[in-house]
Design a protein around this ligand. Structure first.
Ligand code: BGC
Length: 871
């Protein structure tokens, strides 16, 4: 039977790309979503057509009997470099429905082979470079195009950070390109369509180039410089196709010229100094006389490590106006942007030539002035020296980034006007996909703070913090936060790149280092919960995005990590040797000793070892490696037995009587008998109560403790913990006016002073990992099958909440759950995307779990609410 109702299918996406120009995959997997109001619709089959740049169909699959619509294998021939393809799809439902063809969507490959790269690396001569974090230098070259242009592509990267210009115009809108990867093994290039920026005749290409992560200072303890080399360079390959079909090539080579520019110092941590008087007007346009410029040096570079991006670049995402202008204790002008962000300021200033305005940044105030101590050695100070124009001059630094809510503006000429200073929020331009809110404004604000901490800490890679002399890809932080990140933003592409770096570093170092990219400031040695990111992060991407490919790509790395730890643990299967971070930043740890957790680090490490061995067993199974699956399942069982032997009493008490120990044992299913589980559950409840329903966990226990409580039915205790407002708790920072998640439970002490410890950031997402619990259990929207192909809708009210909702753009389309309740009834509304199903498990006593298909479903039950009765 043919339905007449519309069946609309989106144009297919290629891999995880939103902007598929210059992709690196020669056989990009395709995904689509179907929009229909046919209830319970599921796909029975699809057809895909692939065409070339002229629209000639090259591949037509015909009808493929398959329900798959997420990351479906590329049906066409493998693509070579610079190939452009269109794709469209048509779907057929199990109910006999058929849709029309989707729109065509397009992708174009970048340079897939090292041999495609003709560009040399053109670097400023050593004499111009200065010490690390010195001036940004300008590079340029004139060239002539002999005929009208049909199309042009710029393939571009740098050793350093760059901004490219063509004929006086900045190319693209990337910030801090090429971002930070493990440059020794993988350096990303970008592909830009620059057709509109070129013209027949005289043209100029140029770049401003700063040290960035390549040569500038990175890391703590004074940091390291020159991590990837002591010379910076620009690598650009401009490929022009004329209307007559002939081509031309302009590349970085010995014909480029170099000179200092207006940026007299550029440091990721310390800030940027810009003297507008030093800008050589028209330097990136034809006709500029570069006779006095120096020839660039051609430097060695290895095109085989150049890779295309798998996700979006860092961009300017949002502009914030100051909320308040404050006066500091010494009369300083301090702007409060009302939100802690990563980014920088944009100023509009008019004044005498040579006058310098200074901009300082901080996350919090102390005694009315900027609190700078938490920045450690990051000066976070920008300075702009005016040209002295008749009109206002506009400036935003380009080669630095700060984590801040407050900015102190020194030496502003005249009166600071409204709109003269704005904050430009910068981070990876990922697509926001998930949201959450509930009837408790503080919990909703906590969630908003989590979102802002993800935004502040996804600046090209998942970092620990955006403000102090660190900003590293700490593995433990993203390990605990990955499920939350995957709900809030489409981070599959960016994390795929980071995992490739992780695997590359792991291969070279023989272990998963504490942060990726690796900078050797510490010994490279394994640490539980940190190195375990190698296994858990790919698994989370599989679970949340349905991407089996990432498991395939990371499989060797996942196995190598578990093998390494198995060898270290030896026959006893206890990981009780060597360095550990343990339950880092346990609230009981003193400010100067964040390691000093109450939970034995051997218990933490062994629990993680059991967990990741099991994930590798499951992964092996999915990938069809039967022998591996059996081997790792046996290892996981052996580690679990060792855990029980060493840390669990027969009655279910643990050797460490801490929230984290019980959370691990319960959540990771490390107890043997139901009786042990029951006893452990009771003990966890007792411990939380004994702590006055204050949080008692650090990085490791925090993401698990509410889940563990819920797993033993202790909803009330979970909610007591969740809605606690005294320190330490999730909501304490909210009561203190926090707008991001803090590194410590008490980064700011109740008296408003800043914690005296070294580790006192106000923007660290790790402790915000509880947001995943808000999504899955408070709102009730959880994945029950990879990619949310099956949802588990099981909201569990408590804490006096009268309603909550969560929505998520799943790979199958939009899903949502919202619920409201009174003293005696509860109503749940769930939307399930086409092609997916949901298991609905209402909390009311007589509820029967039921399975539903796509569409919007409402359930009402009578529900006594003890926590509401209590008022
Ligand atoms: C970072 C953390 C990181 C930790 C290692 C800190 O300096 O900021 O977030 O995971 O070191 O324990």
């Amino acid at each position: 039977m043919q339905h007449l109702t519309a069946l609309h299918v989106s144009g297919p996406t290629f891999e995880h790309h939103r902007e598929p120009l210059g992709i690196g995959e020669s056989a990009p997997r395709l995904s689509w979503t179907t929009v229909t109001d046919l209830p319970g619709w599921t796909q029975a089959g699809y057809e895909i057509e692939i065409c070339d740049a002229d629209g000639t169909v090259l591949t037509a699959t015909g009808r493929v009997e398959s329900a798959e619509s997420v990351l479906v294998p590329w049906p066409g021939d493998a693509l070579g470099s610079r190939e452009r393809r269109g794709a469209r799809v048509r779907v057929h439902g199990r109910d006999g429905s058929s849709g029309d063809w989707s729109e065509w969507t397009w992708a174009e490959t970048g340079l897939l082979e090292a041999a495609d790269w003709r560009a040399k690396a053109a670097g400023p001569p050593a004499e111009l470079l200065g010490p690390p974090d010195g001036p940004a230098l300008l590079l340029r070259r004139d060239f002539t195009l002999r005929a009208p242009i049909a199309r042009a592509r710029l393939y571009v990267t740098a050793h350093g950070v760059y901004e490219a210009e063509l004929n006086g115009q900045v190319v693209g809108d990337d910030v801090l390109a090429p971002g930070w990867t493990s440059y020794t093994y993988r350096l990303r290039y970008r592909t830009h369509d620059v057709t509109a920026l070129l013209r027949q005749g005289a043209n100029t290409i140029g770049a401003a180039l700063a040290d960035g992560w390549h040569r500038g200072k990175v890391g703590f303890y004074g940091g390291a410089t020159g991590v990837y080399g002591d010379r910076t360079a620009f690598v650009a390959q401009l490929e022009i196709t004329y209307e007559d079909g002939t081509t031309d090539l302009v590349t970085t080579d010995e014909h480029w010229r170099c000179a200092p520019g207006p940026v007299t110092a550029a440091s990721l941590y310390n800030g940027e100094k810009y003297d507008a008087r030093l800008l050589p007007g028209g330097w990136s346009s034809p006709g500029f006389d570069d006779g006095a410029w120096r020839p660039a040096d051609v430097l060695a570079h290895d095109p085989s490590r150049l890779v295309a991006p798998t996700g979006p670049p860092v961009r300017r995402i949002e502009i914030l106006r100051p909320r308040k202008t404050l006066t500091g204790p010494a009369g300083e002008t301090i702007l409060d942007f009302g939100q802690n962000v990563s980014g920088r300021l944009r100023i509009r200033v008019q004044g005498p030539a040579g006058h310098t305005v200074t901009l300082r940044h901080a996350e919090v105030l102390e005694n009315g002035g900027l609190s700078l101590r938490p920045l450690r050695q990051a000066a976070a100070t920008d300075a702009y020296t005016l040209r002295g124009d008749d009109a206002p001059e506009e400036w935003e630094p380009r080669f630095t980034l700060h984590g801040f809510r407050y900015a102190q503006i020194d030496d502003w000429p005249g009166q600071l006007g409204e709109g003269d200073v704005e904050a430009v929020v910068c981070h990876t331009d990922m697509r926001p996909v998930g949201s959450f809110s509930c009837s408790d404004p503080d919990l909703t604000r906590l969630h908003e703070n989590v979102v802002w901490s993800l935004r502040g800490n996804y600046v090209d890679l998942p970092t620990d913090c955006p403000q102090r002399d660190e900003r590293l890809g700490w593995t433990g932080d993203i390990q605990v936060f990955a499920p939350t990140a995957a709900f809030l933003y489409d981070c599959a592409g960016p994390l795929t790149s980071w995992l490739a770096d992780l695997a590359a570093e792991q291969t070279a170092l023989g272990t998963v280092p504490h942060y990726v990219p690796w900078v050797p400031l510490l010994p490279a040695e394994p640490a539980a919960a940190w190195g375990d990111a190698a296994v858990i992060v790919p698994w989370v991407l599989y679970e949340r995005f349905g991407d089996l490919g990432v498991l395939r790509a990371q499989y060797a790395s996942m196995k190598a990590w578990v093998d390494e730890i198995a060898a270290l643990a030896g026959e006893g299967h206890l990981w009780d040797k060597g360095f550990q971070f343990g339950d880092w930043l346990d609230p009981a740890a003193p400010p100067d000793d964040p390691f000093k957790a109450r939970t034995d680090s051997a218990l933490v490490a062994t629990a993680y070892h059991a967990w990741t061995a099991r994930i590798v067993a499951d992964t092996a199974d999915l990938l069809g490696h039967a022998a591996d699956a059996a081997r790792y399942a046996e290892l996981a069982a052996a580690v679990r037995r060792a855990f029980v032997r060493e840390f669990v009493t027969p009655s279910g008490r643990l050797a460490c009587d801490t929230q984290t120990a019980y959370a691990l044992a319960l959540h990771l299913d490390l107890l043997d008998t139901p009786a042990q589980r029951e006893r452990a559950g009771r003990r966890l409840v007792e411990l939380v109560a004994a702590d006055g329903h204050h949080i008692g966990t650090g990085f490791v226990g925090t993401p698990l403790v509410c889940d563990a409580l819920v797993a033993v039915g202790a909803y009330d205790t979970a909610y007591e913990l969740l809605t606690q407002r005294e320190c330490p708790s999730w909501l304490y920072p909210v009561t203190m006016g926090a707008t991001t998640i803090w590194e410590r439970w008490d980064s700011m002490l109740p008296d408003g002073t800043v914690n005296p410890g070294e580790m006192t950031s106000f923007n660290h997402y790790a402790l915000g990992a509880v947001a995943d619990f808000l999504h899955r259990t408070v709102a009730g929207l959880a994945p029950a099958a990879p990619g949310y192909r099956r949802l588990r809708v099981a909201p569990r009210p408590g804490g006096g909440l009268t309603g909550a909702d969560a929505s998520l753009e799943t790979p199958y389309g939009p899903a949502s759950v919202s619920w409201t309740r009174t003293e005696s009834t509860m109503t749940i509304t769930a939307t399930v995307p086409p092609g997916a199903t949901a298991e609905i498990v209402p909390p009311w006593p007589d509820a029967v779990a039921q399975e539903v298909g796509s569409g919007t479903h409402t359930f009402t039950g009578s529900y006594r609410s003890p926590d509401l009765d209590r008022g």
